[in-house]
Design a protein around this ligand. Structure first.
Ligand code: MLT
Length: 406
């Protein structure tokens, strides 16, 4: 028996698992401080599900209680009522026409971003932003596509630095790449790309025969007009882009699990349509999303669901503003927040990002995410999230202000 040796090339723990372990160890060593800890680390939501969603789930549970309305295996790519709601609200409302067969409902964007590599050859060249959501890189390492680890990253990954110097926007690759992961609004920097900027990527991908894997998990946080809500608002995107969307950050589904992936029929690699490949992959390795969850997701698109979700997003947006302005006012250089639940800051006095993590945890009992955990260019930066409660967010900002004003 042999293991997949690619697994030996990645750090033994996933970024957020490693941080959770550090926090657990701190709590064990300092039980008197355990209750004081405020987590603004992993982007996990804290507000309850919208009442419209809860109602829909109760109704769906009741249906499952009777033979006449019971549901067994769900349709593998999603219930029609949910696919239609997605088409209408997430696409037609933004001037984009899709077919239901181009949408694949799943248990979340993380799984899909991780699994999509199954349909691509191992020798494709992968480009990622740096810093980046670690799932894109780690899953390519697991499948053998990333090459070998070096001090500066993996040999077969093309890293695109995103720092203050380029306003956190990657430059087009100066060599051919095949698979490009883009996430806007961006995790972790909280920054966005305008229509004109994304058009450059779509043109590059169409010219080079590359595919853009576009993660739009934070779309609900967009406030500015020039930021597209879907990559398909960009002319030409249907022939070069796959899009991932999630109900996690939009509607608080981190614990419910639901998202979807769009693979347009027009998207081909050397004449081969990718849509049926993903359909085949999902039908074989995934058994669909529970009926109760799909009813919950569909409720997000009802009039009352939409309003309730908007209110929750507004709550987090207020937290984002509190963090952004609070830190800026005490001298930090801060980014993000405007179209995003993430605030990306420069660590003070050139401090290392893990050093800053330790300081916040040990001195202030505030947990964030070190920029270095997202890639080499994240060193010297730090991420805070707006997904905490308003009370905890204010408390955390007050502690940081008090400490750094010293
Ligand atoms: C994050 O904190 O970056 C996200 O919560 C991770 C995720 O969505 O999986």
């Amino acid at each position: 028996m042999k293991v997949n040796e690619n697994f030996l090339k990645i750090k033994s723990s996933y970024l957020f698992s490693g941080i959770a372990r550090k926090v657990r160890e701190y709590k064990e060593a300092h039980p008197e401080k355990a209750g004081e800890i405020i987590s603004l680390g992993i982007g996990d939501v804290t507000r309850p599900l919208a009442p419209a969603v809860i109602d829909a789930m109760h109704k769906a549970v009741e249906e499952m209680a009777h033979a006449e309305t019971f549901h067994g295996y769900p349709p593998e790519y999603g219930q029609d009522f949910l696919l239609q709601a997605i088409l209408e609200n997430d696409y037609r409302a933004h001037g984009v026409e899709l077919e239901t067969t181009e949408i694949f409902v799943s248990d979340g964007a993380k799984s899909d971003c991780g699994n999509i590599g199954d349909i691509f050859a191992e020798d494709n060249k992968v480009a990622v932003c740096d810093p980046v959501y670690p799932v894109y890189v780690d899953t390519n390492v697991m499948s053998g596509r990333a090459g070998d680890p070096t001090e500066h990253g993996f040999t077969n990954i093309y890293y695109m630095p995103c720092t203050a110097e380029n306003n956190f926007l990657p430059a087009l690759p100066d060599a051919h790449v095949d698979i490009i992961y883009l996430c806007f609004p961006n995790n972790p920097t909280g920054m966005t790309a305008s229509r004109a900027e994304l058009q450059k990527w779509v043109d590059y991908a169409n010219r080079e025969g590359a595919v853009i894997l576009f993660d739009a998990a934070y779309e609900a946080f967009i406030t500015e007009d020039d930021v597209p809500h879907t990559i398909y608002e960009i002319p030409g995107a249907k022939t070069c882009a796959i899009e991932f969307k999630s109900f996690s950050k939009t509607a608080g589904f981190t614990g419910v699990r639901c998202g979807y992936t769009v693979v347009p029929h027009a998207l081909k690699a050397n004449g081969v349509e990718l849509n049926p490949l993903w359909a085949r992959r999902q039908a074989t390795k995934f058994n669909g999303v529970s009926y109760i969850t799909q009813r919950a997701a569909a409720a997000c698109y009802t009039e009352e669901g939409k309003q309730q979700i908007r209110d929750t997003i507004a709550y987090y947006q207020k937290n984002a503003k509190v963090i952004y302005e609070g830190l800026r006012d005490c001298g930090f250089t801060v980014y993000g927040a405007v179209n995003s639940p993430y605030i990306w800051l420069k660590t003070p006095d050139g401090m290392g990002s893990w050093e800053f993590f330790d300081l916040l945890l040990n001195e202030l009992q505030v947990v964030g995410t070190p920029g270095e955990g997202f890639g080499p260019s994240g060193e010297g930066y730090f991420r805070l999230t707006a997904f905490g409660s308003a009370e905890n967010t204010e408390k955390a900002v007050a502690r940081i202000k008090a400490y750094f004003k010293k």
